[in-house]
Design a protein around this ligand. Sequence first.
Ligand SMILES: [Zn+2]
Length: 197
Amino acid sequence: MGEPAEPVWRVGESVPWLVAWSGEQAFELQKSVLFPGMIELSQAERPGEGVPIFGAVHVNRQRRGLARHLCHVCGQPTPARDRWIFPAASGGMVTMAEGGERYGGNVPPVHEACARRARRQCPHLKAAMARPIACPADEGRLIWRTDVVPGMEQLAKSFPVGLDVVMSCYRLYGEAFSRKVARLRREEAARGRKAAP
Ligand SMILES: [Zn+2]
């Protein structure tokens, strides 16, 4: 038996659970369960249909993954003792109205074993997933975002004028963890400057 000519895409193995597929490009607006009183963008869920669109995050899975601590590689729940994120490579520091800044994470966590497997499978993830840190016991809180997700500008134009539509969300962490993340991000930035020609 020879090698298959086409790459075989398998969710949780060669394709992260979070990635959207070409067969999932149907959208509608619905009442948000996660954020009562808000309207959210909902995307058809047919992972495995068509081809994966690397770089496109499935909007429902992004929100659900963050809310329920589902692993962004395999989609299964991460227990508190095996819940990791990569805060130097994703999310950002959020300036608080009361002063100071906190870390906001917009990518669901990952199992340690899944991170290791993803790094092996995808050279692009090697750097991004290089330094995982354990999620803190303080889970922070979930905050919705109505700004347009990159790549969905055309779709957003079809929304009723003046209606705030939840497209994504992030987890806003507490002060202690945020300080740790800010330090890590500064270190990574300094390292990047050193590595640059
Ligand atoms: Zn996993």
